[in-house]
Ligand binder design. Structure first.
Ligand code: HEM
Length: 306
């Protein structure tokens, strides 16, 4: 099997959505927001205790909520991928990014499988798409199946504030007075998960998510809990299509509270998920590793109007 590079992924995204100069090559449609991160207090020896990320309250946060795909005018009534790029600024000048999606399992065990899966969505020479190609690919590549099951059942997000976001990859934390922590993170909306039926979604305008979020912010606090699931030795740390058992212990790391939504502070940002604060590191997951070069290529292109 041919090795797929970051530029091949970006080229495929550009084929799927057509060239969109100046826009992100994935998650092109987005909504920026700001807020603060308040960490929980952890006792010495507990997992994550002593992390710089968790050592002081009220850290400034920049967020970008998004719709999957390269179309900057994507219809928000459509079910499917929603994303969140989250950047926490530490007092020492460090940054920690958490960039996740609303699905709990990735479409493929590695970059080649993900690329193959997305390629089945391209139209043929006659401009026709063939869903059977995708089904045949899934039969030959079972690691995309759990994601396809999710996609089939996914409903339209009612609001970004009512959406759960999953980091999918495995990360590590190395701190003093504790064994190495192996974890996967997710953000759980404190207002609860809410989705729309197809009829409810069709009754909305094509763009409603900015207003939904602004309305919720007027009514009261909008927040998320940052959670970490702790992995057992047998849980995969390199395969984002392999879900960990749901009963793994969970630690709450803190609360993310939104202050404002709208604005263009996210335009010049790159929410590269491998930018991590002291003590944290990414696993050898090849999909996680590919994300840094792919985001950098897209970042450079969009900043230069390509
Ligand atoms: C090989 C796998 C992947 C590739 C090649 C890829 C590629 C990209 C690219 C090129 C961008 C645009 C970056 C920019 O212009 O700033 C992007 C954005 C994004 N991706 Fe991925 N991605 C991958 C996997 C994932 C996964 C696993 C997740 C979720 C866990 C994810 C979530 C997001 C989100 C939320 C954004 C929007 C970030 C923002 O608002 O700036 N991606 N991705």
């Amino acid at each position: 099997q041919e090795r797929i590079q970051a530029q091949d992924m970006v080229a495929l995204f550009e084929k799927l959505s057509g060239p969109q100069p100046g826009h992100r090559k994935a998650h092109a449609r987005g909504l920026c927001a700001t807020g603060t991160f308040a960490p929980v207090k952890l006792a010495t020896g507990e997992p994550f205790a002593g992390a710089a990320l968790l050592s002081s309250g009220g850290l400034p946060v920049l967020m970008r909520f998004s719709i999957g795909g390269g179309n900057p005018d994507a219809d928000e009534r459509m079910p499917g991928t929603r994303g969140l790029g989250l950047q926490i600024a530490l007092p020492n000048g460090g940054l920690h990014n958490f960039t996740g999606n609303n699905f709990p399992v990735f479409a493929g065990k590695d970059v080649e499988t993900f690329h193959g899966f997305l390629s089945t969505l391209l139209p043929d020479e006659q401009g026709k798409r063939d869903p059977q190609r995708t089904l045949d690919f899934a039969d030959a590549n079972p690691s995309v199946k759990d994601h396809m099951v999710w996609q089939k059942s996914a409903q339209t997000a009612a609001s970004f504030a009512n959406t759960e976001f999953y980091g999918l990859h495995t990360f590590y934390f190395d701190g003093a007075d504790q064994p190495r922590v192996k974890f996967r993170w997710h953000l759980s909306p404190d207002l609860g998960v809410k989705t729309l039926t197809a009829d409810q979604a069709q009754a909305k305008p094509a763009a409603f998510l900015a207003q939904s979020l602004a309305g919720q912010l007027e009514q009261g606090p909008v927040s998320f809990s940052l959670m970490a699931s702790l992995g057992a030795p047998e849980d995969s740390d390199t395969d984002p299509s392999s879900q960990w058992p749901a009963h793994r212990p969970q630690v709450k790391l803190g609360t993310l509270t939104l202050q404002q939504s709208g604005g263009d502070q996210c335009t010049g940002k790159n929410f590269d998920p491998n930018v991590l604060s002291a003590g944290f590191s990414g696993s050898d997951d090849p999909v996680l590793k590919m994300r840094s070069p792919a985001y950098a290529i897209s970042f450079g292109k969009r900043l230069s109007g390509q």
